[in-house]
Design a protein around this ligand. Sequence first.
Ligand code: ADP
Ligand code: ASP
Ligand code: MG
Length: 421
Amino acid sequence: MDVFKFGGASVNSAEGVMNFFKIVQSYKNESLIVVSAMGKTTNALEEIVDNFFNKKNDLVLKQFNELKTYHLDIINTLFAKTETASVSKVEKLFDELSAYLQKPASLNYEFEYDQIVAYGELLSTKIISEYLKYKGVNNHWVDIRRYLKTNDTFGEAKIDWELSRQLLPHAFTFQDTFIYITQGFIGGTSSNLTTTLGREGSDYTAAILANILDARQVSIWKDVPGVMNADPKWIPEAKQLKRISYQEAIELAFFGAKVIHPKTIQPLREKNIPMYVKSFINYFDQGTLVSETSIEKTGKIPIFIQKEKQRLISIRPKDYSFIIEENLGPIFSLIAKYRLKVNLTQNSAISFSLCVDNNKKIDKLIEALNVDYEVRYNDNLELITIRHYDTNSILQMTEGRSILLEQKSRDTAQFVLECNA
Ligand code: ADP
Ligand code: ASP
Ligand code: MG
């Protein structure tokens, strides 16, 4: 059995779904297909959650109707007017969501987030499964929340591997179908509450299912030819990497190469399952193979990763105590408390610097740190990471730029830079 994962960009329109159908149809093996929400649906649902939680009912209704129209436009292009049975299955999901949004919100934001945002994936998979049936392709739609079990850390739930291992094989028996369609990014607690695995988590779902069900391989379909030596939206002349090791893929994802979710690799590496990152446009091309291999086989060229909207925070204990364990401990517990991801750290005797993605949670962290520390920060920065750097690649990235912080290890150089005006 092979696992496929289709991201939001691949199914953001009726044409996208038709293209999806062509890819699936060209394939003859047993396949378990994981699909994300269509286009920017998750972002739209996040806004609905915000307004629902803040009781801005008019906005909730307006945004709900926009989202419904977006999906109905896709459906109306895909299905003939007479195909009312399929359409009403999708409408049922909208009715459920609408009913949920009319009730008062609980006091737990993350809980509400998961119950609402999950509809993005439920809708996309329902539309796609119905469309395949409409085109004569037999498949089963699986509600993954019943089988992929997690704890109840809403918003960033952890997989309950033991329970999921017991349950998942019952959902995907391949007895009366070759094709299963299911959701990425979402799961369920043992008491059947909906959870999410963290933004961009569908790649991770594909890897978990591949691991538990012993898939032969995983293919994730993207709007790029494969893993490149830089995001082609940033550096258009970026080159495709034909093959990389699991380790390289983990490093790239960890440093922020958006093409693969950082948690995806570990479950695959554990069972030695190869993963292809492929283009959903040129779908016969091989893409990039991620597998167990050595740097001698893959070769080494500099790989560039850019993270924008960074904040560099410098922390100094008010009592001038050294930055050692007793200060690092409390600082990191605050970082964990606010669920922040630190991209780079550096310390001197009495000062500690960290580079983090700039988002709403940072101000809360700074407020908390201000109690015992003097905190200063710079905003609007860029973090550039170069794997397998050399003199030229460093020059290419930093020439004429103001560097606030830099760090080099044997394979990786990182620079926090002021953004060009
Ligand atoms: P999905 O549709 O599966 O959610 P994403 O949008 O999350 O896909 O990931 C694909 C995007 O990742 C590409 O459009 C590209 O802009 C970006 N990207 C970032 N770094 C790289 C890289 N090194 N190679 C290829 N794509 C990259
Ligand atoms: N739909 C989710 C998101 O946009 C999960 C994913 O696309 O991987 O984050
Ligand atoms: Mg994505």
